[in-house]
Design a binder for this molecule. Structure first.
Ligand SMILES: Nc1nc2c(ncn2[C@@H]2O[C@H](COP(=O)(O)OP(=O)(O)OP(=O)(O)O)[C@@H](O)[C@H]2O)c(=O)[nH]1
Ligand SMILES: [Mg+2]
Length: 569
């Protein structure tokens, strides 16, 4: 006969003991949990679970308590079972454990979500922010910043279960937040089964380590920077983007390496600190070598891009770059104007790689429109530096179009954040056209339209197509402002140059002469350089020395004016 334990009562409602990978076994016992001699409630516990420290008891009303010394655990009874009873008990236990496993599996299965074409496990995340006392009203408020962090977490495939913030004059150098807040978050971790705690600001390596120690267990602590790097990592679809993200991640990891080696110190009771330190040095060296190799590879990508851009400038169509806050609608605008098929979705950082397409206007004019990665407040500097190859596309364009989601409550702050990144990229001096997008969604539409008129801003809806013709005209006008005035004589055998002038420039007048076509037009500076020989031909053709020794210049319409030392008389 099997020796089995018999339980005196089956207690209801059942209370779950939460233990990772815990599978109830048939030889479980029934205990009553008592605290301070007062019966809390009876529950089913498991020997193995109770033997561990820090076991949590989840009550049916959702409250959670940690099993510790405050509990007295009483075994209610244990008797021997007959073989039949034991069999029945075993079957019942197996059934219920199977049910439990199924529920757990279903729970886990439902947390696998498809993100950016990849299946990710939706970890439970808790968000933490700090409002600095003295922050100006025009900056992102803590609640808005946390709601943006929640959007980032969602984009990264995390399930946000709660958030909190603290107002501080200065962040705590050890734990970033105060000890009371740390304790509060610890309770939330237990209550919501949190797996990741995300801080809205960049944490120092020491703060990360201390927080992880404080929160204990398997809770992962990370900051906004790590989250953004993670999103970029998930979204990097091309080799160039992948290289740049890897570089940014390694640069971010380098000062944080110590975290990985603390377990050595712990294992040895802190006595072989040197052992961990040596290993850190070795690892830092490995990381630095990897960083060096990546930088070299990125440099070759950068050179390749540059060559491609140079080839493109030989066809002198002006390049207009779309810049703006992430999710402003840049890719939607590019798609709408060019029929491109760039991914545009209600997620942050949908675009990482630049896409350039030709925009053909109704009047036959054209320009190249380039869409690239969006910006965000507190954009990690490592990321800006690593994405220099991609972002050079912006700094080398003729015109920037700053796309703003005007329906966003923090549109003004977003504009400032974009301007800040542009100045980091030394792109502030490039002429810019401001475009307010999503006017279809804006609540105070009339007011916005009025303000736009006063500030020389174009209002559009990339989604509905409203204002797009006005947008193209405005781009054309801005490009014209940047063009130079040329008069040239284009030989008849260079007909393709003439059609390019019509395409990229603003032609005022053409006239046929005996050895070519006379053109007066505004053309992009780069193109004007290409026309230099033809401008000289015109000079030669126009100016001729007369018998009196003076040069006379043939003017448009066939009249001549006298020229002396290059000046009209
Ligand atoms: N209502 C409305 N929604 C728009 C408009 N333009 C874009 N959207 C939506 O805004 C979301 C973001 O659009 P995207 O074009 O991906 O934005 P983006 O600026 O390229 O974003 P990133 O690539 O993340 O920098 C999508 O869900 C679009 O459908 C608009 O004019 N009106
Ligand atoms: Mg985009």
């Amino acid at each position: 006969m099997n020796s089995c334990l018999r339980f005196s009562t089956i207690l209801k409602p059942p209370i779950l003991i939460r233990e990772p990978n815990f599978i109830p076994r048939w030889n479980s016992k029934i205990f009553t949990l008592k605290r301070h001699s007062q019966n809390l409630s009876s529950c089913i516990c498991y020997t193995s679970a109770l033997q561990q420290d820090g076991v949590e008891v989840l009550y049916p009303d959702g409250t959670v308590e940690e099993h510790n010394a405050a509990f007295e655990v009483h075994e209610v009874a244990s008797t021997r079972l007959t073989e039949e009873e034991a069999f029945e008990e075993e079957t019942q236990n197996q059934n219920s454990s199977e049910k439990r496993r199924n529920v757990e599996e279903r729970d886990n299965d439902s947390r696998f979500k498809l993100r950016n074409g990849r299946e990710v496990f939706e970890e439970k995340a808790y968000l933490v922010g700090v409002a600095r006392k003295g922050d100006t009203d025009d900056s992102f408020g803590i609640e808005e910043s946390l709601s943006e962090l929640a959007q980032l977490a969602d984009t990264a495939g995390l399930l946000v279960v709660g958030s909190t913030y603290q107002k501080l004059a200065m962040p705590n150098p050890r734990t970033y937040i105060g000890s009371g807040k740390v304790a509060e978050i610890k309770s939330a971790i237990h209550a919501f089964d949190v797996e990741t705690v995300i801080f809205d600001d960049e944490l120092s390596p020491g703060q990360l380590r201390n927080l992880e120690k404080n929160f204990g267990g398997d809770v992962r602590v990370c900051d906004r920077t790590a989250l953004i790097l993670d999103i970029f990592n998930q979204r990097a679809a091309t080799r160039e983007a992948a290289l740049q993200v890897s570089l940014a991640q390694l640069e971010y990891q380098l000062p944080r390496l110590t975290r990985m080696w603390t377990h050595l110190e712990r294992q040895a009771g802190g006595q072989v600190k040197g052992m961990g330190e040596k290993q850190i040095e070795v690892d830092k060296r490995i990381l630095r070598t990897q960083i060096g190799a990546l930088k070299k590879e990125i440099e070759s990508v950068r050179m390749h891009r540059k060559q491609y851009r140079n080839r493109r400038t030989s066809v002198p169509v002006p390049v207009v770059s779309l810049v703006g806050y992430t999710n402003a609608g840049k890719s939607t605008l590019l798609n709408r104007l060019t029929g491109a098929d760039v991914l545009a979705e209600d997620k942050l950082f949908a675009t990482l790689d630049p896409t350039t397409r030709r925009v053909q206007m109704k009047n036959g004019k054209e320009f190249l429109l380039s869409d690239t990665v969006g910006f965000i407040q507190k954009l990690p500097t490592t990321l800006v530096a690593a994405f220099r190859a991609t972002l050079e596309e912006i700094s080398e364009s003729s015109l920037l179009v700053h796309v703003v989601d005007i329906s966003h409550p923090l549109a003004e702050q977003q504009i400032e954040a974009v301007d800040k990144v542009l100045s980091e990229l030394d792109a502030s001096s490039i002429p810019m056209l401001m475009v307010w997008n999503k006017v279809d969604k804006a609540s105070d539409r009339e007011k916005i339209m009025m303000e736009a008129k006063e500030n020389d801003v174009v209002c559009i809806s990339a989604l509905t197509g409203e204002g797009l013709e006005e947008f193209c005209n405005a781009v054309q006008e801005r490009l014209k402002d940047m063009m130079v005035w040329v008069e040239a004589l284009i030989p008849f055998d260079k007909g393709e140059l003439l059609s390019t002038i019509h395409r990229v420039g603003m032609v005022e007048k053409t006239e046929y002469a005996e050895n070519g076509t006379l053109v007066r037009a505004h053309v992009p500076l780069r193109f004007a350089r290409l026309l230099t020989p033809m401008r000289q031909m015109l000079e030669l053709w126009e100016g001729h020395q007369c018998a009196d020794g003076l040069f006379r210049k043939r003017l448009w319409g066939g009249t001549f004016r006298e020229v002396h030392n290059g000046k009209y008389l």
